[in-house]
Design a binder for this molecule. Structure first.
Ligand code: ADP
Ligand code: 3PG
Ligand code: MG
Length: 393
């Protein structure tokens, strides 16, 4: 077990460097679209306020190359002011004299948010000089940034090697939920996997085959698996380089006696059809392109979901960004929300899809991670978690 913020004593007056993941979705003008990650970070911040620490928040936003006003964290400081019952300061520099001065004048239990750490090139390079500069202002480092703890960066990894450290309450929750779901699942354990990125998700599929009882494959993933089973997919997205691996995965599931279900019908369009008129079909032939799972597949998958003790879902089941092709994803989200199973959804697109379908309330746990959640499911840990000290018993 990793040391958590609650294991630290005498935080009063201490400067706590708290890495959070405030990388929230924004539109092209920088308008914040969803505050899930900010809200998920509040329990640790509030706990540190109660402990009367001086709290320095560090986060990235987007993938800037140098300063980009659109990716400034300043708007988040305004939101924090409304959500926290204390003073929240913002520093448009992450290091240097101004930060030290502000800290000096701050009272215990107050918060200082630093500007986007990715405005500094040392961040993604995990430059230890940059990490050392940041570390020099604090007494202890806390990592609550589950969503980016698969990245070995200066404020997620480098800094942890320089200071006493612990994980935050969100990180603890994410780790506990995902570990429990993968190591001690409630059965039957139904895994639902969709989305694109077949080559990238092969490892996670093997993990699901090891741990789950039933695996439902949909989305663009499914066509490669259909081809591997000798079923035509017309002009649907297929990762030809991954067909052999997909066949191995299916054989592996067979050896292990695990049930893998592939779509039995589809919502498709014809390639080259300018109007993109969609239709339901049992087989994808000629120039047909599969865009979503069809109604028979929705029924087949929903029956499995209704009998599940636990569900873990990653990857939309169709091209859900387009409203014509989101019915499969929405109906599976609905089935999950209605089922009695303990349900976990992870993956950037998957969580947005569940929220957009208005079924988030029926899901037991929405992970704040995208890539981090997938990596955690694959490996059972993350590099930036590994670097944190163990709990002393
Ligand atoms: P996550 O972010 O949840 O891990 P992915 O990034 O793997 O999920 O996959 C999401 C993407 O997969 C979405 O952009 C979605 O449009 C796409 N997708 C799913 N099914 C299809 C399909 N049938 N055709 C085209 N794109 C699809
Ligand atoms: C995410 O949104 O998945 C995390 O904040 C990590 O962001 P990144 O993929 O830009 O490193
Ligand atoms: Mg994605």
């Amino acid at each position: 077990m990793k040391r958590t913020v609650k294991d630290l004593v005498n935080l009063k007056g201490k400067v706590v460097l708290l890495r959070v993941d405030f990388n929230v979705p924004i539109d092209k003008n920088g308008k914040i679209l969803d505050l899930n990650r900010v809200n998920a970070s509040l329990p640790t911040i509030k706990y540190l306020i109660e402990q009367e620490a001086k709290i320095v928040l560090m986060s990235h936003m987007g993938r800037p190359e140098g300063y980009e006003i659109r990716l400034s964290l300043w708007p988040i400081s305004l939101i924090l002011m409304q959500k926290l019952n204390t003073k929240v300061y913002f520093s448009n520099k992450a290091t240097g004299f101004e930060v030290k001065e502000r800290l000096h004048s701050m009272n215990n239990g107050e918060v200082l948010l630093l500007e986007n750490v990715r405005f500094y090139e040392g961040e993604t390079k995990c430059d230890m000089k940059f990490a050392r500069e940041l570390a020099s202002i604090g007494d202890v480092f806390i990592n609550d940034a589950f969503g980016c703890s698969h990245r070995k960066h200066a404020t997620t990894y480098g800094i942890a090697r320089l200071m006493p450290n612990a994980i935050g309450l969100l990180m603890e929750k994410e780790v506990n939920v995902l570990t429990q779901a993968m190591e001690e699942p409630k059965r039957p354990f139904v895994a639902v996997i969709g989305g694109a990125k077949v080559p990238y998700k092969i490892k996670i599929l093997r993990r699901f085959i090891d741990q789950a009882d039933t695996i439902l494959i949909g989305g663009a993933m499914a066509y490669t698996f259909l081809v591997a089973s000798g079923i035509a997919v017309g002009e649907s997205i297929t990762y030809l380089d991954s067909v052999d691996v997909a066949r191995d995965v299916l054989n592996y599931a067979k050896e292990k006696g695990k049930k893998v279900l592939l779509p039995i019908d589809h919502i498709a369009v014809r390639k080259g059809d300018k109007k993109q008129k969609k239709f339901a079909t049992d087989s994808l032939i000629e120039d047909m392109v599969g865009m979503d799972i069809g109604p028979k597949t929705v029924k087949l998958f929903s029956e499995e979901i209704m009998q599940a003790g636990q569900i873990v879902w990653n990857g939309p089941l169709g091209k859900y960004e387009d409203e014509d092709y989101r019915e499969g994803t929405n109906k599976i989200a609905k089935a999950i929300s209605l089922s009695k199973a303990y349900s976990v959804v992870g993956g950037g697109d998957s969580v947005s899809a569940v929220k957009a379908s208005k079924n988030a309330g029926g899901v037991n746990f929405l992970s704040t991670g995208g890539g981090a959640t997938l990596k955690f499911i694959e490996d059972g840990s993350l590099p930036c978690l590994e670097v944190i000290q163990e709990q002393i018993r």
